[in-house]
Write a protein that binds this ligand. Structure first.
Ligand SMILES: C[S@@+](CC[C@H](N)C(=O)[O-])C[C@H]1O[C@@H](n2cnc3c(N)ncnc32)[C@H](O)[C@@H]1O
Length: 134
C-alpha cells in the first residue's frame, strides 16, 4: 500500500556526530541537545514545560535499511536476532523512539537530555509520555 509522504517537523542539534560516540540508547545517556522545531509547527509546542518527559520519533537518516538480523547492542555473545526483536537503528523504516527530559523551552528550541541520536537527524514527531503528571 502506498503511504503518504512523511514531513520532518524539525531537526536535532547535538554533539554526537558518529555512531561510535553515541550512547546505545536514551536510558543510559546523559548527553544534552536541542530539538529545533520548524516555525510552521510552533503552535504544536504549546503546553511543553521543563521537567517533563517527551517521546521523540526520528528518521535515522544514516541507518542501513537492508539488514534484517543484528547482534543486539553489538554484543556477539548474544547471537543474531531479527531487527524487529531489537532497538537496532538498522531496519527497513529506520524510525527511532527516544525519551528525553525537557530542560528548557526557548521559542522553537527545546533543550533536552538523554540524547542517543546523531546531530542533524530529522524529527518526525513528539508526544507526551503517558501517565506523567504534568
Ligand atoms: C539503538 S538506536 C536506539 C534509538 C531509539 N532510542 C530507539 O530505541 O528506537 C541508537 C543508536 O542509533 C544510532 N544512530 C543514532 N542516530 C542515527 C542516525 N541518524 N542514523 C543512523 N544511526 C543512528 C547510534 O549508533 C545510536 O547508538
Amino acid at each position: 500500500m502506498e503511504l503518504p509522504e512523511l514531513r520532518s517537523i524539525g531537526v536535532l542539534h547535538g554533539d554526537i556526530t558518529t555512531c561510535e560516540d553515541a550512547p546505545k540508547n536514551f536510558d543510559i545517556s546523559d548527553r544534552r541537545g536541542t530539538l529545533e522545531i520548524y516555525p510552521e509547527y510552533q503552535q504544536g509546542l504549546d503546553g511543553i514545560i521543563p521537567g517533563q518527559t517527551l517521546i521523540v520519533l526520528f528518521w535515522l537518516h544514516k541507518a542501513n535499511r537492508d539488514i534484517l538480523k543484528v547482534y543486539p547492542r553489538g554484543d556477539r555473545s548474544r547471537g543474531l536476532r531479527g531487527v524487529f526483536a531489537t532497538r537496532s537503528p538498522a531496519r527497513p523504516n529506520p524510525i527511532a523512539i527516544s525519551e528525553f527530559k525537557v530542560l528548557a523551552v526557548d521559542g522553537l528550541c527545546l533543550q533536552v537530555s538523554g540524547i542517543d541520536i546523531l546531530d542533524g537527524t530529522p524529527i518526525l514527531d513528539i508526544k507526551k509520555k503517558l501517565h506523567e503528571p504534568v
